[in-house]
Design a protein around this ligand. Sequence first.
Ligand SMILES: NC(=O)c1ccc[n+]([C@@H]2O[C@H](COP(=O)([O-])OP(=O)(O)OC[C@H]3O[C@@H](n4cnc5c(N)ncnc54)[C@H](OP(=O)(O)O)[C@@H]3O)[C@@H](O)[C@H]2O)c1
Length: 246
Amino acid sequence: MSQVIAVFGAGSGLGAAVARRFGREGFRVALVARRRDRLVTLAKELAEEGVEADVFPADLSQPSEIPALVQAIRDRFGRIDVVEYGPIGGDLRLVPAAELDSARLSDLLPLLLLTPVEVVRAVLPEWVGRGDGAFLLTQGYSAAHPFPQLSGPGPVMAAARNYLFSLNEELAPTGVYAGTLTIASSIARSEMGEAERVRAANEPADGPLFPFVDPDELADRYWDMYVRRDQVESFHPESLTPLVTR
Ligand SMILES: NC(=O)c1ccc[n+]([C@@H]2O[C@H](COP(=O)([O-])OP(=O)(O)OC[C@H]3O[C@@H](n4cnc5c(N)ncnc54)[C@H](OP(=O)(O)O)[C@@H]3O)[C@@H](O)[C@H]2O)c1
């Protein structure tokens, strides 16, 4: 039975690229996001490329629904081998830390911290039993490096990163891998990246500008991390100076 990757947050940017990259290696693909029509379109594209895929519409800001969702994927495919977790909305707003409040943080917590923990809990017994499996957590750069004016998701993603690092070491002896890809670029073809392209075009010339990255390049990085399993975290770009100024 061929291996299965579940892409949690399967949009037009990194999600689609990861589905294709692992599909090319023979993985079957479970696609998870809220909008069924977009998932169906992506599944059809993958099928035309010879990749078996199915859709699982779900709202990942509901952690209590994760056990049933993971079971539905397992019922359909018989197994799950890899999870890539990177749901993000095109309307995500970054705010100055001085303007952050508990209501905004509470809104971000389920999607960016509580649900990934529940996903790991749901897949771990299968993976530890098999002595194999991989959880790949995608985050923005503020998870690792705080920026002035760009807060909101950062503190919540930093908590998820902290969890991921502990998980990586705890699971290493079992054969299960947990790694995180931390991205300081706008992702081409993603809704969030295309919104950023519009914002940058309309902002003053001295504003910060993230460079764009092709999601296929990031998916290659993930494949490499998955195969090598010797890195808990990978950065894109690898330099610690992610911002360029116009
Ligand atoms: N895009 C960027 O420029 C950028 C920059 C830095 C870091 N990142 C990180 O890279 C990762 C991938 O980003 P991407 O923009 O390339 O992703 P993507 O694969 O283009 O899209 C992610 C998908 O997540 C889904 N999603 C959002 N909220 C959800 C929810 N509550 N429940 C279920 N699905 C949900 C959205 O689809 P639905 O609306 O249909 O649910 C969206 O299409 C993310 O972890 C992001 O934080 C992205």
